[in-house]
Design a protein around this ligand. Structure first.
Ligand code: AHR
Length: 690
């Protein structure tokens, strides 16, 4: 049952020297009244009866009370290899398992045709990096029976009309077999051949072959395979079989355009990379060892990701930087700090020094000019210009390291990096005492109610701490594979809190970013973590309601945080769920009243526009009265952007990619005091002009 607090205060402002902003809530609760007789279909022009104005939530904006600057880097992206985010995701490679995962001795995603057989051959390496190959026995091939290998892609191969694909592979053959080989894109049922090309000239030595495949005016489809076949009997070895469609900004070895376009629409400020757990690896050997991810792709050995599948590292350190460059954003670089998920840690001191040096080399690879050793390597790898870099994160979630070594490890990295690059901002991932980090990374994965319960937390943080906040992983985990509207509402509540406090919350990123939704049921499928911001399969992609909430927040805010206050915010009784430690249930927290309406206000100092963000998590139309003070005039007409759903379970999907999407509308009747109705389950951003 809904309740409302009659006179509560949500006040960030009136800075009195008190480093904290107390959140005073008077628990004077009355039942939610039935006095509001209107239809929310009349939204947004509805005038609300004012016979009991004290019951209507009042949102006060003190336009002459700036609380601080909105961090220009508040909204960013977090990425790692999880849920087939790179392979089978943003990395545009279409061949799954292109290097025949040597760790698992597996030929997953591969099969044969025409009676051929295939086997992983660990005695015929391509080179020191790719130490195995696939041996194809096509002895039974004949003019009427082509034999060969085929790859089904990451749950399909997208075929689009009038599109050019670049195929390549390394091959060698036994006993004078020279080819030709036929390379083709075909429907999985074998009924349609979309494009073919021939390659000749195989010998007993490894050689790279390239082919161009161009489709005609076909319907887009994904139930397709990539094939390499022969009509001539023979034994052939293959390695690094690759097929690239056109990429974003035509980068070679680049990214998938539709996913990059979704990211670009978020106007992010940064990309946190390369993880997450993916940075740490299950063991030290399986960490993100950046030096093995650069240079020609056939020289990259790849590694096992902690999310249970192989990474070829085709998307390596340079590709991350180019991803940033293509979106015109900065990297937030996480450096491996000597701790892996199996609780292995490296002791501070001499043992840690090689890892510290690796991080210095990594920073030099990114920022050094061509006169430096690692800057020269980057230039050799194809990118002469250095990349911008401000933030370095030391490790990931090092609070899991129960050995207590993080303090010492952080200090060693801090001293070395600050010594060489004093301008860089260092982020700690757990509390440390030995040094004062510039930022600390906080992670929150919560239910909708938990997000609402904690949405005011940052109001209470110290303003005097040197250490600012990086909310490096956060998400309302409601809905799978991607969050539903309830997730977006929890996110909206949380983002009002971050934005209202972005004088101390300098950067933030939702996680995880991506999920391949092709095979989400079983272990070993395409999803390892539910509730991910953006979903896709081989051909199509979509943003979740949470994605659209972020697009709205990130693209509509001012540069100055305004003081706000409120009364009569409705609340609901919520019982926090039981928590467990080491399998034992901890004492239950008492039930608490949680707010159901959230808001914050910022102003653009150039245009004077005030951005009022309001989140109505209730399933009813909610009138709110907005009061602006400290401003001479308020334009009567403004712009509103609204995300809303009929049910909190409503969501987007491959089939309905835009079921929940923002709509823009003109809003009349604005002024220094006005009342509007927030639709049920909605996020509204109101642009109020002077
Ligand atoms: O985002 C999924 C995982 O959650 C990250 O890899 C890790 O940092 C966190 O525990």
């Amino acid at each position: 049952m809904n309740h409302r607090i009659q006179a509560d205060t949500l006040k960030r402002g009136h800075q009195t020297g008190d480093p904290h902003y107390p959140n005073k809530i008077k628990l004077s609760i009355c039942a939610f009244g039935s006095l509001f007789i209107f239809s929310y279909l009349d939204f947004p022009q509805v005038a609300v009866a004012q016979d009991q104005p004290s019951a209507i939530p009042v949102l006060q904006i003190e336009a002459d009370q700036p609380l601080g600057k909105v961090s220009p880097t508040l909204y960013g992206l977090m990425t790692e290899e999880i849920n087939y985010s790179y392979e089978g995701g943003i990395y545009a490679e279409l061949i799954a398992n292109r290097t025949f995962n040597p760790a698992a001795n597996e030929m997953r995603f591969w099969s044969t045709s025409g009676g051929a057989t295939m086997a992983l051959d660990t005695n015929t390496p391509l080179n020191d990096a790719l130490t195995s190959s696939m041996k194809l026995d096509a002895s039974d091939a004949g003019n009427d029976s082509p034999a060969g290998i085929m790859n089904s892609g990451y749950w399909g191969i997208p075929v689009r009309p009038r599109t050019t694909y670049h195929a390549s592979f390394y091959a060698k053959a036994a006993n004078g077999f020279a080819g030709p080989l036929t390379v083709s894109l075909e429907s999985a049922d074998g009924k349609t051949v979309f494009a073919t090309a021939k390659v000749n000239g195989l010998t007993g030595d490894w050689r790279k072959f390239d082919a161009t495949l161009r489709t005609r005016d076909v319907e887009p489809s994904k139930e397709n395979v990539f094939k390499i076949t022969t009509l001539t009997p023979g034994i052939i070895w293959f390695q690094q079989v690759s097929l690239f469609p056109p990429t974003y900004k035509d980068r070679s070895n680049g990214n998938r355009p539709d996913l990059m376009n979704l990211l670009a629409a978020m106007h992010p400020a940064f990309l946190r990379l390369p993880g997450g757990n993916y940075l740490e690896g299950n063991s030290i050997d399986e960490r993100f060892d950046w030096k093995k991810t650069i240079g020609p792709i056939e020289q990259r050995p790849g590694h096992e990701s902690p999310w249970g599948y192989w990474s070829t590292d085709g998307l390596g350190l340079l590709e991350y930087m180019e991803w940033c460059e293509d979106l015109n954003i900065q990297p937030v670089l996480a450096v491996y700090a000597g701790y892996s998920l199996n609780h292995q840690h490296v002791n501070p001191g001499n043992d840690l020094q090689p890892y510290v040096q690796d991080s210095l080399d990594e920073i030099e690879y990114i920022t050094g000019d061509a006169s430096t050793r690692w800057g020269a390597q980057r230039a050799k790898d194809g990118h002469l210009a250095p990349f911008p870099l401000v933030y370095i994160e030391v490790g990931n979630e090092d609070w899991f390291d129960r050995s207590g070594s993080y303090d010492g490890r952080f200090a060693q990295f801090y001293d070395a990096i600050k010594g060489a690059y004093p301008q860089l901002q260092l982020i700690a991932t757990a509390r440390v005492k030995s040094r004062v980090p510039d930022l600390i990374d906080e992670h929150y994965y919560r239910s909708e109610e938990e997000m609402e319960a904690h949405a005011l937390d940052y109001d209470k943080y110290s303003r005097t701490n040197h250490t600012k906040i990086f909310c490096g992983e956060w998400a309302t985990r409601v809905g799978s594979p991607t969050p539903n509207m309830a997730g977006a509402l929890g996110d909206g509540a949380w983002m009002t809190g971050m934005e209202r406090n972005s004088d101390i919350v300098l950067i933030s990123s939702y996680a995880p970013l991506f999920v391949n939704v092709s095979d989400i049921g079983e272990r070993g499928g395409s999803m390892q973590w539910r509730s991910d911001l953006i979903g896709y399969e081989a051909l199509n992609s979509y943003g979740s309601p949470s994605y659209y909430a972020q697009v709205m927040f990130s693209t509509h805010h001012g540069d100055t945080i305004l003081a706000t206050d409120s009364q009569n915010i409705p609340t609901q009784l919520w019982q926090p769920p039981p928590k467990h430690r080491n399998g034992v249930e901890l004492p239950r927290l008492p039930a608490q009243q949680i707010r159901k309406i959230f808001f914050d206000a910022t102003r653009d100092s150039n245009s004077g526009t005030i951005y009022l963000k309001m989140v109505n998590t209730l399933g009813i139309p909610q009138p709110v009265t907005v009061e602006l003070s400290g401003i001479l005039t308020v334009a009567g007409t403004g712009q509103a952007i609204v995300l809303q759903a009929v049910s909190p379970d409503d969501t987007n999907s491959i089939e309905e990619p835009s079921k929940i999407a923002p709509i823009a509308m003109t809003m009349h009747g604005l002024g220094k005091r006005f009342t509007k109705v927030l639709p049920p389950y909605s996020i509204m951003i109101l642009e109020i002009a002077e």
